[in-house]
Design a binder for this molecule. Sequence first.
Ligand code: TGC
Ligand code: FAD
Length: 386
Amino acid sequence: MDTTELYAIDSLLDDEERAIRDTVRDFGDRELRPHIATWFDEGRLPARDLARELGKLGILGMHLDGYGCAGTGSVAYGLACQEMEAVDSGLRSLVSVQGSLAMYAIHHYGSEEQKQAWLPRMAAGEAIGCFGLTESDAGSNPASMRTNAKRDGADWVLNGSKLWITNGSIADVAVVWARTDDRIRGFVVPTDSTGFSANEIQQKLSLRASVTSELVFEDLRLPGSALLPEAAGLGGPLGCLNEARFGIIFGALGAARDSLEVAVDYARTREVFDKPLSAYQLTQKKIVDMAVELGNGMLLAMHLGRLKEAGTITPEQVSVGKLNNVRKSIEIAREARTILGANGISLEYSPIRHAANLESVLTYEGTTEVHTLVVGRALTGENAFS
Ligand code: TGC
Ligand code: FAD
């Protein structure tokens, strides 16, 4: 029996959801899994080629309607994220940032002209997007950002910088959030604009199969039409984060599931003290505890997915899901690694790579502490952020 059978998760899915999951899983097994350890080891990702392949697969912005997007339900999107992250969190990040951050921002807050210009190409993976919110001194608290946009006649002039931006140095378009005289606003910035530069961050020990960059804006002049007309205030970027966080609720469990499966396979064949490791009670306890947390996390993800499809999910519920499922997933990846002994520190086996990646997932899209405080505020009515 495999771990998802234990919870009969398939019985909660419809035929289309199962088909999408299986298609993405097959693609991951065929096209990504054979290369991922090398990409991680070398700290690179052939993101342009991959984006086109993922575009053909139909998963970039798959939960959005129109403009070349498939318009699937939230659960189907979550399952696609899960299958990507079962290979590597960096691959899920590519999908999340493209579909849930950059494309969602344009889809939800953009003008018709912006949507027509970017969304079909982004859905096809012909154009890559990034999302610039975080700055060196404004991560958990984006309200303290310094990047600013000032009116100059009909134009805007953008100055400042963003840090830790996924896909930043390979993007064709950046959705950039900046302080203006009229609150925080979003801008659609073609990356070939004069005054835009991006520097890739090196020497990461996590999310190595993902491009992470600094963005710099120096007197970058934009036409008035670059402003996202429907977003004003911090609620704009935070609305996009809800979407990406939702994908992570499912996604992180993919990394956990893969770690557990590798550990169970290993324990069945590895002999210690003259019998298989899986025949020892201590090992079985580890496996069972991991499977229970994985199954519980999956039930939570499914419940939140159905709430999202019904249009009733709240940001606090998204925080509960991100908080629990990422925290449990990193515990599972670390525990799975122990079962592999010394082999567990080799890139030949996935758990240590997943555990290293999940360090980033714990931090980005709102840290564990931020989500704890969001839920704490909802439960107590007290704001403990400051
Ligand atoms: P606060 O006063 O609570 O709210 C300000 C305005 O925003 C609205 N709002 C939300 N709207 C939609 N969704 C949410 N989740 C929202 N949370 C708040 C709120 O209603 C209010 O609207 P209005 O109209 O009254 O102005 O804001 P605050 O300054 O106290 O901050 C709240 C806090 C700390 C929770 C927020 O700043 C936060 O979430 N911080 C974490 C930042 C973060 O997650 N950054 C992620 C950057 S992107 C990234 O990491 C990509 S990783 C790559 C990948 O995904 O793979
Ligand atoms: P800080 O905000 O400085 O936090 C440091 C520590 O303090 C954390 O433990 C935090 O939880 C804790 N802390 C903060 N506030 C409180 C408080 N009130 N009470 C108690 N503890 C607190 N950003 C983007 O905009 N776009 C991207 O595409 C993107 N991609 C990323 C990719 C990677 C690989 C990584 C690692 C990050 C990425 N980020 C991105 C940035 C990410 O969202 C931020 O790193 C994150 O929001 C945390 O901000 P910070 O790193 O500045 O940490």
